[in-house]
Write a protein that binds this ligand. Sequence first.
Ligand SMILES: C[S@@+](CC[C@H](N)C(=O)[O-])C[C@H]1O[C@@H](n2cnc3c(N)ncnc32)[C@H](O)[C@@H]1O
Length: 211
Amino acid sequence: MEFYQNCTDGPDIMKCEFITKLVWHIRVFDIFSKMITELWIKGNCVTQMLSKETLNKYRHLLKWKNNETILEFGAAHGNTSVKSVLPALPKDYKEYILSDISPDMVNHMKNNLNIPRSKIIQHDIATERLQNEFTNKFDHIFGIHVMHMVPNPRQAFININKMLKPGGQVFISFAERLPMDHAFHNLLKYPKWSRYGHMLTPHYYSVNVEE
Ligand SMILES: C[S@@+](CC[C@H](N)C(=O)[O-])C[C@H]1O[C@@H](n2cnc3c(N)ncnc32)[C@H](O)[C@@H]1O
């Protein structure tokens, strides 16, 4: 962020040391904001570490029943699911649904994961047309490092509330502020780069993210 703020206009941005980090981030997405599966798989070691840490720290707050139905949305290629979410689940869960908005991520999971009693689906957590079959379906819902990528988090929370059974629990971790956000905000000023500005987290301009 510091580096970017010190940059001069337009193409000179290429002189920033910061650009290496930024280009990596941009490459992980295509211009329609979908994550590029193979780049995400290569470069997600930091989020892997953070997810493990967060789940280890807070898993004692999860209260389980027998035969639970569990959703993990935004599961990407399923690495966090296998390494961090699955070990936190009780062995006797009934069904573990892993979803992602990206068809590529979904295909990757379908071809590579072998999680007992799991189902992999393509689904937008912020859909305005939530399927009836998902209403009151889940005992636990997980969303790790996803919400800051959802343009309409309010709708996502409405859906989560509808999908959760009474007494169910939600475990969501997301970035309140990303180091990249300020750079994306600045990119919006340059015609050449503005197409990447939409990757700003939706709550970048909120004073109180909890709202
Ligand atoms: C930063 S990755 C996190 C992946 C994984 N949860 C982890 O922690 O390693 C975010 C994932 O959320 C997915 N995603 C983004 N918007 C989504 C939405 N509206 N509904 C479902 N998945 C979404 C992306 O395709 C991507 O795979």
